[in-house]
Design a protein around this ligand. Structure first.
Ligand code: ADE
Ligand code: ZN
Ligand code: ZN
Length: 384
């Protein structure tokens, strides 16, 4: 399915700005891994597209051109481009990790049609395909590429695939004694800790020129070397070829909903029940729904702490939410604050670190992004 243009006209959204994505570190790491897998013949095309900077300075590439500096563009301009904010995530209705993970359930997806990260990726990819056929202008290609690089990152952040509590933005937790929220923990704090604790030996170059060539001399270099060495080349080496692939025939619209469930959905819609929207089908080369499904399931496995729905952190005990701790005018004592769950523990962060879940998501995201870019522009490079 092709969505119509221009981009902005499609996605009118009123959602409140919150955390939007992996933080800068996550997006830059993903883009750096993607850079390693770009076919050398498409790099000039990508540089040309990125070099075309219509009206902002962020695309002026510090030589040599690299995907990382522009990977956070979509977040930096999110206030200017409010229409784009819903494109950073997707919310399956009735999804409620950690007890119930639905992707989607019977009622489909929250939001407006086309206004989610799955459709966003397909839309910008098809705009770039138009450009390779000479059917879209350079300005459109420039923005579409910057969005694609960013949205492929967001797709691999599990909390961008659930709408519960705005993807965990409203769930206060503790991280080493400091208050934060579950979303911010996943956007940035887990990665920040991983970067701080990389073994020293990764400060030495790896014997892989493609890896070293893509590194940029940043504080992320050692961590990226570890992801590649321990993860991509060893732990996950058997699976990596599957990461690129899409199933031959992908189910349309409501994901893997079967024909009978669709009949029930339509019946409920006709009878006036509140229903969600549908998403467009995956294609055989760009299949964000297929890629996202197991990532979404992580919300029930490791991301959403069960304790948040059990006493004393949740599960029915009512505390004053935003209490100032002062006596009220009638002299009644302040209501107790809810205790906050500490997550920098062996049981939570320890399991995430030991299983390298975050590192695998960053690697999958980068490798799949490179796959899409090679698919799009190799055809173009062959023509010229
Ligand atoms: N706003 C609402 N849901 C969100 C999510 N899952 N991620 C980021 N921002 C959101
Ligand atoms: Zn984002
Ligand atoms: Zn986020």
């Amino acid at each position: 399915m092709r969505l119509s243009r221009p981009l902005a006209a499609l996605f009118i959204s009123s959602s409140i700005p919150a955390a939007y994505a992996w933080g800068a570190a996550g997006h830059e790491i993903i883009a750096t891994i993607a850079q390693m897998y770009l076919h050398p013949s498409i790099v000039p095309t990508i540089c040309d597209i990125l070099d075309y900077s219509p009206d902002d300075a962020t695309t002026t590439q510090p030589q040599p051109c690299h995907l990382a500096p522009i990977s956070t563009w979509a977040d930096k301009f999110r206030f200017k481009m409010r229409w784009s904010s819903a494109l950073h995530y997707v919310g399956p209705l009735d999804d409620h990790p950690s007890q119930t993970c639905l992707f989607p359930g019977e009622r489909g997806w929250a939001g407006s049609r086309g206004g989610n990260v799955l459709d966003g990726i397909k839309n910008v990819t098809s705009l770039l395909e138009d450009w390779t056929r000479g059917e879209a202008n350079d300005g459109t290609a420039n923005e579409a590429l910057k969005f694609l690089i960013h949205f492929m990152g967001d797709l691999h952040m599990p909390l961008h695939l659930t709408g519960r509590d705005r993807g965990g933005n409203s769930d206060k937790v503790l991280w080493s004694g400091r208050q934060t929220n579950l979303h911010s923990l996943w956007d940035g704090l887990l990665i920040a800790k991983a970067i701080r604790t990389v073994p020293r030996n990764y400060s030495r170059p790896l014997p892989y020129p493609d890896v070293e060539h893509a590194l940029r001399g940043t504080i992320y270099d050692s961590y990226i070397r570890r992801i590649m060495w321990e993860g991509v080349f060893q732990k996950w080496s058997d699976q990596v070829p599957e990461w690129f692939s899409c199933p031959e025939a992908t189910p349309a619209s409501a994901g893997e909903i079967g024909i009978w469930q669709q009949v029930v959905m339509n019946w409920k819609r006709l009878s006036g029940g509140k229903q969600g929207v549908e998403i467009g089908p995956d294609t055989d080369v760009v299949c964000p729904y297929h890629w996202a499904k197991p990532i979404h399931a992580l919300n029930c496995d490791v991301v959403w702490p069960k304790e948040l729905d059990e006493p004393p952190y949740g599960g029915g005990i009512k505390f004053a939410d935003e209490d100032d701790g002062e006596e009220d005018a009638a002299g009644r004592p302040p209501k107790p604050h809810p205790p906050l769950l500490e997550l920098d523990t062996p049981k939570y962060a320890g399991v995430i670190e030991d299983t390298m879940v975050v590192e695998k998501l960053l690697a999958q995201s980068g490798i799949r992004l490179a796959g899409i870019l090679n698919y799009l522009f190799l055809k173009d490079a062959a023509r010229s």
